[in-house]
Design a protein around this ligand. Structure first.
Ligand code: FAD
Ligand code: SF4
Length: 470
């Protein structure tokens, strides 16, 4: 029987069901429930196999999307997982946290009028299901070399680099200052988007593949960068970006004003019983204002809701259309009870007579011309100041590069923003100005996305393999 290529007309896009709002607003568990096999197969079947897969080009790791959708539709889970791992080191993570509306799904031919294929959910389904069936990457044909590479940072860039290296017979040793792998996947992105067990399973799988992890090990403190340069054939830098951007607000450092990332990490540590330098802050019963409009701000408002805050607002200086955060996450935050206040630029933190936070002074804005990234500038409207009541304020203005001193002392070239200079077109992809040293992820791109960090880690591994002549 001829295949029905118009099934997308009858079969509508369905997203995985979400947990009830009652559960969502108190629990730190993923809000999306898994697709059933019937749902996943039916949704995968909506792919037109249009011959010109824009989805594949828009995906930063260029996943073979139509091919694994076809395998998923046929119920060939192991084959689909094998294929998904050929281009992506963490497909189960990307399926959960990629802003698909801006990437693969935004480029799907069906997006206009019919609803894009649920690519992300199916990527997650394939990988979770294959792991549950006991499938593991098969490295039995890999010929081991005597080469070893030190990877600094167990975030997505470092993990992706180690994954490609070990699949090519090179032994990676991954160093991280934290007690678990994942970087911001573990110590940043909250469990309601990505449960910590996902990374714990990944660590087991990567360890079985031959990747060695040295956790609780800070390079520059517990082990010197020089010694890594001496002992290893190459070094990959994947340290991320961790300097919080300041708003230059009056009383920005007052008690009751919190930086976004330490707040999120403290919350995860409290849930998991882990020790890092960030203490737990509870916003229970507080009137919370979160300043910023990106993914980090969305994670802070939704964490505050789950902690039992009295009221949570998000103040952003542009309008909703110009927010950098994922549309899906804004929608989820709104459903969970977050109030969005657009076109408000913060000026300062208001303190009461006891020196405690009692509000945020803001000024209304109107939008001007688009900037280099296409986002319209926010211009203050004179005389429109007002005070938003608050007894806790979380600042989520983003991050700047944080190159450590040893990196600067080694003469690794940085650009004027502090990002490591490493080009995908260097003689060896993502090599720095030091022959043996490669770099990738946020510390090269500036704060970006999980999937772009993975793409860079994989690319850097190719550069390292070429350099080592493996
Ligand atoms: P990181 O993930 O930052 O990993 C760097 C690692 O290096 C860390 O584990 C760190 O401990 C380690 N390290 C640093 N210095 C040392 C040292 N001296 N010695 C040993 N280890 C060291 N992106 C998305 O695509 N979707 C999202 O939903 C999303 N949500 C986000 C939410 C938050 C709160 C934040 C902050 C970011 C979010 N991002 C999201 C962005 C994404 O997490 C990052 O772009 C990505 O993690 C960058 O990967 P990386 O490997 O370059 O760095
Ligand atoms: Fe889409 Fe991200 Fe998966 Fe690529 S990695 S197919 S962008 S969800």
């Amino acid at each position: 029987m001829a295949q029905n290529v118009y099934q997308f007309i009858d079969v509508k896009r369905i997203d995985p069901p979400k947990r009830s709002l009652t559960e969502r607003t108190i629990e730190f568990v993923e809000i999306y429930q898994p697709l059933t096999a019937t749902q996943a197969e039916g949704q995968a079947d909506r792919c037109l196999d249009c011959g010109n897969p824009y989805c594949e080009w828009k995906c930063p790791v260029h996943n073979y999307i139509p091919q694994w959708l076809k395998l998923a539709n046929e119920g060939k889970i192991v084959e689909a997982a094998e294929l998904a791992h050929k281009t992506n080191s963490l497909p189960e993570v990307c399926g959960r946290v990629c802003p698909q509306d801006r990437l693969c799904e935004g480029a799907c031919t069906l997006d206009e009028g019919f609803g894009a294929v649920t690519i992300g959910s199916i990527e997650k389904y394939i990988t979770d299901k294959a792991f549950a069936m006991g499938w593991r990457p098969d490295l039995s044909a890999v010929v081991k070399t005597d080469k070893k590479v030190a990877v600094i940072g167990a975030g997505p860039a470092g993990l992706a680099c180690a994954d490609v290296l070990v699949r090519n017979g090179v032994s990676p040793v991954v160093f991280d200052r934290y007690p678990e792998i994942g970087g911001l996947l573990t110590f940043g992105i909250p469990p309601f988007k990505l449960e910590k067990s996902v990374l714990q399973l990944r660590r087991e799988i990567f360890s079985e593949m031959g990747i060695e992890f040295r956790l609780n090990t800070t390079v520059g403190v517990d082990v010197s960068f020089d010694s890594l340069l001496d002992e290893y054939d190459a070094v990959f830098l994947a340290l991320g970006t961790y300097t919080p951007m300041k708003g230059g607000l009056l009383n920005e450092d007052a008690a009751g004003v919190y930086e976004a990332l330490p707040f999120l990490i403290g919350n995860v540590n409290n849930l998991m019983g882990w020790q890092t330098e960030h203490p737990f802050v509870s916003l229970k019963d507080k009137t919370v204002v979160v300043l910023g409009g990106g993914d980090t701000a969305m994670d802070c408002v939704r964490t505050s809701i789950r902690q039992g805050a009295h009221k949570v607002s998000c103040a952003y200086r542009r309008d909703e259309a110009n927010m950098p955060g994922s549309r899906k996450e804004v929608q989820n935050a709104r459903e969970e009870g977050v109030e969005f206040l657009f076109n408000l630029q913060p000026l300062g933190i208001e303190l009461n007579d006891a020196g405690q936070v009692c509000g945020v002074k803001v000024i209304s804005t109107q939008l001007g011309e688009p900037d280099a990234k296409g986002r319209r500038s926010a211009e203050p409207v004179p005389g429109s100041e007002q005070i938003l009541p608050a007894d806790a304020v979380v600042i989520a203005f983003g991050f700047q590069p944080s190159p450590p001193k040893w990196l600067v002392d080694m003469g690794i070239a940085l650009d004027n923003k502090g990002r490591v200079v490493a080009s995908e077109q260097s003689p060896y992809a993502l090599q720095t100005n030091q022959q043996k040293v490669f770099a990738g992820g946020d510390m090269v791109l500036g704060s970006d996305l999980v999937v772009t960090a993975i793409a860079q880690g994989r690319k850097a591994a190719e550069g390292i393999l070429d350099y080592l002549e493996v």
